[in-house]
Every structure is written in structure tokens, then in C-alpha cells.
Ligand binder design. Structure first.
Ligand code: SF4
Ligand code: SF4
Length: 471
């Protein structure tokens, strides 16, 4: 019997959200705080996660931030390497690699990302909800507080919670901002008179307000309705995907626990219908209805069920990480053809991405022939005019020299020194002329190689053409 086909149970979950009342109003989820192995593990993971999140903006490599996503100046820094719009190709490959990784990961492990490392889950379950338990008490206390009339206790607790939520949102908004403009700039802005940075303050307050609204009011709706990744689950997972699932083969027919009663003889399965898996669920669903899009695989129901199984002396794992095929057919977790195919694509993309990153230059240069005159007759020599654009993708100035290679001739910079500096994170445009003896020009179009040097180190070689008269 498939739990989804079980006619004995209410099928209402199929066409309605468990968090919406019949009249369309919101049904608030008062999630009971889980206790158990998985919750403890997730707590440790969240500590590491939060430490990394708050420390990263302060980490620098050779004076360059470790990570920065400066969309305002169109500059991303990843692992201390600066990426500009010129690196769009690398960025696009990186995004595709990331998407394939997410798809592959989801095909094999379901929504493990949502339950363990999604920022929404970490901040909601491991920060804001814990603050809520601390100020307003358990899920039951919160329910009672909601129903109670406004008195000093309610004002202090509700007010305290919302002030704490707003302050936390303010800290998170500032940290996010430091990922965009850099922590040094942020500190400068914060220490200068606020009137000088009203636009920035407005931005911070808008983000603070958004975070506050999300964690104080929107909450699980982000996962159950808004998040596109959640909506993709039905096409990414299959019956071999590992998900948090209720073992309906073992659990059904569910029935209340009665001491000294043989459940098998009574035709009962191991589910004692205690609803503990439901009351801990932060998205308000009943995992016994089968895999649902609202399930973030947070493992709270595993802990709750294991606790109850232990209490009634039944084996743990009635709800566990497993696949539908494992529950229904006892089939071991397998590495399917689809998983293999995704893995091959992912390995190829990662290899290509690594190649692009390793071979990526700190200098980007483009040479074009100046528009107008094709060539100039200078007596013994012919001359062609060129323009060069050099982009420095490091933080420091780089001295540049151009050198003509593979042919006798002379390269003269126009309006700038032979060695010219390109400032950090800037583009320099320069003009130059190439003179070649007429006797060395054997065709209308001669291919030239111009190398770009940083001191004596060759950075790159660019090909261009030298035009002469028709031969
Ligand atoms: S069903 Fe279980 S794993 Fe899924 S969201 Fe609810 S508590 Fe978390
Ligand atoms: S916690 Fe376990 S035993 Fe209790 S209702 Fe849920 S699945 Fe059944």
C-alpha cells in the first residue's frame, strides 16, 4: 500500500496548503522545537555556517577581499581573484556548473541543501526561531500568548521579540552589504557622519526591513511558495532520490499506542499516530502523506519520530533518509544512469571551469587598427596606426610594455611613455604606430604579433594585421 493511496486518511493535503485555512486566511505554524541527533548536528553546522558568513567579509588575500560581489561597480572577487564584465564567459560557465551541481545533488540527495545549508533555513530555524523560543517560550506558550489579551507580559515579549528580530535583520543587512561594497568601505561609511551617506543608510534600512518581514511574518512561505528551487523538486527527484520519508510499509496501519498490545496481531504498523512529526514541522505538513513540495528535508520529524519510537520500544527510523524504492521494494540506494550522466556533465564542466580560471590573465588587452588611413608612406618605411585597450584586473598598478615580435620593425607609443602604467582595476587606452621597412612587406596584409610585457614577464601575445599597398 502506498501511503498516498491510503483511503483511510484525509486526502485534503493534495489540493490545499496545510498553512492556509478554509477561508483563505493564513494558518500560523507554531513549530515545536525538535530535540535529537539531527537537530544537534544541524545546530553545529549552523554555528560553522554563521561563523563563515560573518567572518568572510574580513578575509583578504594580498589586500584583496576573499569574496566580494560589487554589482554597483560591476566587479566580483572570488577567492581573491577579481572578475570584471570581461570575464562574463567564465562567470556564465561558473553559473552553469553551479546549476548542474545543484541539479545533480538534488537528483541524488533531494533537498538536503534546503534542510542543512540554505540561508533561509539557517537564519529562520537556527537564529530567529531560537530567539523566538527564548523570548516567547515554547510553541504552546506562543499559541497562548497569541490568544491572550494585550497586557504587560504580551507587550514585553512581543515587543522584545520584534526589536530583537529587527536588530538581527539590521546586522544581517550590514553583513550582506559588506559582501557588496567591501567591509572597509562599509566601516568608512559607518564612521563618517550619517548625513554624508543617506542613500546607503536608506538601502540598509530597506534590506533590514525585508529581512525582518521575511523572518517575522513570511517565514515558511518562502520555502513553500516563493523559492523556485522548491518548485523544481517534482522534476528533479525520482523514486531513487534520497529524501526524508515516512516508511509507510512499516508504519501503516497507524494506530494509537496501547501498552501490552501486540501491534502486529492487532493489524497495526509501527506508527503510533502521535502527531509529533507534524507538530515539529516548520512548514506545517504531515510527512506521512508522502513526499511533498513543502518538505524542506529539515529532519525535525526524524528526531521527533525517533524520540517516540524509543519511548514505545520500537526500532527508530520510521521516518528517515531513504528513497521511495527503498521503502516500497526494499531496493538498495542505487547510482542510476541519470545520476551517472549528470556526474559526467558536471565533471566536464568543472574541468572546463578550472581550465578557464587557471589560464585567466590578470590583464585583458585588445588591439585594433585606428580607423581612417590604411597605411602611411614614410620614405623607407610603411606605417600603420593602432589603439590598445588594457584592463588591469588586479588591485595594483601594472607597468606595461609592448613589443613587436617575429618581424623587423619599430613600435612607437604615441602620447605616452614606452612603459606605461595601468592602474589597479582600471582600463587604459593608448595609441601606437608600427614602422616596417618597405622591403620587408611582401603582401597587402601581413600578420603581426605584439606581445605585452609586465616588466620582463610576457603576459600575453595578440595578433593583428599590418596593411600595405596592393602588390
Ligand atoms: S516533513 Fe519533516 S523534514 Fe519535511 S519540513 Fe517537515 S519536519 Fe522537516
Ligand atoms: S512521529 Fe512517528 S509515530 Fe508519531 S505520528 Fe509521526 S510517524 Fe507516526
Amino acid at each position: 500500500m502506498n501511503v498516498n493511496d491510503n483511503e483511510l486518511h484525509d486526502d485534503g493535503f493534495r489540493d490545499s496548503l496545510t498553512t492556509v485555512n478554509k477561508d483563505g486566511s493564513r494558518k500560523w505554524v507554531y513549530a515545536v522545537q525538535p530535540k535529537g541527533k539531527f537537530y544537534a548536528l544541524r545546530t553545529y553546522v549552523s554555528w560553522i555556517y554563521l561563523a563563515i558568513f560573518f567572518i568572510i567579509p574580513f578575509i583578504k588575500i594580498n589586500g584583496i577581499p576573499f569574496l566580494q560581489f560589487n554589482v554597483l561597480e560591476q566587479r566580483f572577487i572570488i577567492f581573491g581573484k577579481i572578475f570584471t564584465p570581461d570575464d562574463f564567459f567564465i562567470f556564465a560557465v561558473g553559473m552553469i556548473t553551479f546549476m548542474v551541481f545543484i541539479v545533480l545533488f538534488t537528483v541524488i540527495y533531494g533537498r538536503i541543501f534546503c534542510g542543512w545549508v540554505c540561508p533561509q533555513t539557517i537564519f529562520m530555524e537556527m537564529v530567529f526561531r531560537k530567539v523566538e523560543y527564548w523570548i516567547e517560550g515554547s510553541a504552546n506558550d506562543q499559541k497562548l500568548l497569541d490568544k491572550s489579551p494585550w497586557n504587560i507580559n504580551k507587550i514585553l515579549r512581543r515587543g522584545g521579540k520584534h526589536i530583537a528580530f529587527f536588530l538581527l535583520s539590521f546586522i544581517i543587512a550590514n553583513t550582506f552589504l559588506s559582501y557588496i561594497i567591501g567591509v572597509d568601505t562599509l566601516i568608512t561609511y559607518v564612521t563618517e557622519p550619517v548625513t554624508q551617506h543617506l542613500a546607503l543608510l536608506t538601502g540598509v534600512l530597506i534590506f533590514t526591513f525585508i529581512f525582518y518581514v521575511v523572518y517575522a511574518f513570511v517565514r515558511e512561505v518562502v520555502c513553500t511558495v516563493i523559492c523556485p528551487y522548491g518548485r523544481l523538486q517534482s522534476v528533479l527527484t525520482d523514486k531513487d532520490t534520497v529524501v526524508v520519508a515516512y516508511d509507510y510499509v512499516r508504519g501503516e496501519q497507524r494506530g494509537k499506542f496501547k501498552k501490552n498490545t501486540d501491534r502486529t496481531e492487532s493489524g497495526l504498523g509501527d506508527c503510533i499516530d502521535c502527531h509529533q512529526c507534524v507538530v515539529v514541522c516548520p512548514t506545517g505538513i504531515d510527512i506521512r502523506n508522502g513526499t511533498q513540495m513543502e518538505c524542506t528535508n529539515c529532519t525535525a520529524c526524524i528526531d521527533a519520530c525517533d524520540f517516540m519510537m524509543e519511548k514505545v520500544n520500537l526500532p527508530k527510523g520510521l521516518i528517515r533518509y531513504t528513497s521511495e524504492n527503498n521503502i516500497a521494494k526494499g531496493k538498495k540506494l542505487t547510482y542510476t544512469l541519470r545520476m551517472k550522466a549528470y556526474t559526467v556533465v558536471l565533471v566536464l564542466l568543472v574541468a572546463f571551469m578550472s581550465f578557464l580560471l587557471i589560464t585567466r590573465d590578470n590583464i585583458d588587452a585588445h588591439i585594433i587598427r585606428s580607423s581612417g588611413q590604411l597605411y602611411a608612406d614614410m620614405g623607407n618605411n610603411l606605417a600603420n596606426f593602432y589603439e590598445i585597450k588594457v584592463v588591469n584586473k588586479t588591485n595594483n598598478p601594472i607597468p606595461i610594455t609592448l613589443q613587436l615580435e617575429g618581424i623587423n620593425g619599430e613600435l612607437k607609443m604615441l602620447g605616452t611613455d614606452k612603459i606605461f602604467d595601468v592602474d589597479g582595476l582600471k582600463q587604459k587606452d593608448a595609441k601606437f604606430i608600427i614602422l616596417i621597412n618597405k622591403h620587408d612587406i611582401k603582401a597587402r596584409k601581413t600578420e603581426l604579433k605584439i606581445s605585452i610585457y609586465n616588466n620582463n614577464e610576457k603576459i600575453t601575445t595578440i595578433k593583428t594585421n599590418f596593411l600595405g599597398p596592393f602588390m
